[in-house]
Design a protein around this ligand. Sequence first.
Ligand code: FES
Ligand SMILES: [Fe+2]
Length: 444
Amino acid sequence: MSQAFDPGEPNARYPFPAYPNGWARVGLTDELAVGQVSPIRYFGRELVLFRTESGHARVLDAHCRHLGAHLGVGGTVAGESLRCPFHAWCWDGDGNCTDIPYAKRIPASAKIGAWPVCERNGFIFIYYDPTRKRGEAPSDEVPEVPECSDPEWSPFSRLRWKIRARSYDMGENAVDDVHFRYLHGAASMPSTKRSDVRGSRSNLSKMKLDTPQGKVDGSIESTNVPGMGLVYVRGICDTLIVITGTPIDGNYVDQMFSYTQKVGQEATRAKLGKALLRDLEKQMNEDIVMFEHKRYFTNPLLVPEDGPIADYRRRARAQYHGDFSAMDSHEDGASEATPTSASDPGERTQPFGERDFDELASFLRATFKARRVERTDDAGSGEVELRLFGRADALKHSLVFARACLDRCELADLRGYLAKPLVKKGIAAGGEQPYHVPSDLVGR
Ligand code: FES
Ligand SMILES: [Fe+2]
């Protein structure tokens, strides 16, 4: 059985899957004591994080397979398992039911989603890969970072933001050389050298840093390794920033900077080190304004001096499962984000609602280059009509669905059907004929 989680739907603001594969920080070592249980929400899912009596951090899907209680709200650690507060079923870190205190036997199917966990460098990470089979080992490892446990380096100070953006944006920002000059006011444009180190891309930027004592030569070296971005700042005061960002859902990311500096640097340097951290915080606050209001263009207009943005995008795509095809026709799409969080595939109990309509409309806009999609419900005929308008508000096409069929089908199936070459060709050809989607093709 693969973990049944949502791969993260594209939406109008970001026409690509929400969640990159790999390790992502969901907790901090010093915030999870033995026996502690905390509800967390990442990857559009309710999860529960707990530490067993032997000290292992574990993460499970939050809802008890019995009658759905939230294990993070009132659940208690019992040995290596987590006991549900409702009827005391116990679940171990692999998602197996280990006890039903009042039952003769445990049903063979008593399992819940369990996430691979790695605790390292003071962080607790889980591994996201929607195609991973239960029990299958992740394909990479979070590396040990020596500075994180070296007494020569200070304990971490942290900054944390909830940002209306995606991890994708954060990565792109790091390779966007020019914005350092114009958005962040760096004294000069960084000159960046890039190299591949042990399969990770590393960037070395040299720049003049403004200090109260005039301009100083500085360098920033950044590398991405599984679970973390590592940024070494040199020139003023040796500093390591560990950047971890985890998608909360398709629209928000939980971003954290954890700083450590070499201890015992002389007073002036230590003061400059503090100023540097303040400056990095200022930079993040400037970036956030961009992140939260920008739109993702599939084909941005770049000049050679923009640096390796296109290269970053090619590499970043490899981290995602799912459909990027909507990206290719996105520029004519609409502007507003649609919430995409937390719908479990296969659990459709709601009739076709607003959220579904918004998602379907953004798909139709992107796929058929429609400027606007309008919806009319006809209670008499039991039909829903979606009208696609092109430029100058000319009606491009009209799709008619049986309401009962919409209520029954999965959005993904419906989209899959509409994206079939022949169907797509028919719709793209336009015309004002209503197009009836046969209910047997999309219903199930
Ligand atoms: S809901 Fe968890 S034991 Fe009943
Ligand atoms: Fe930035």
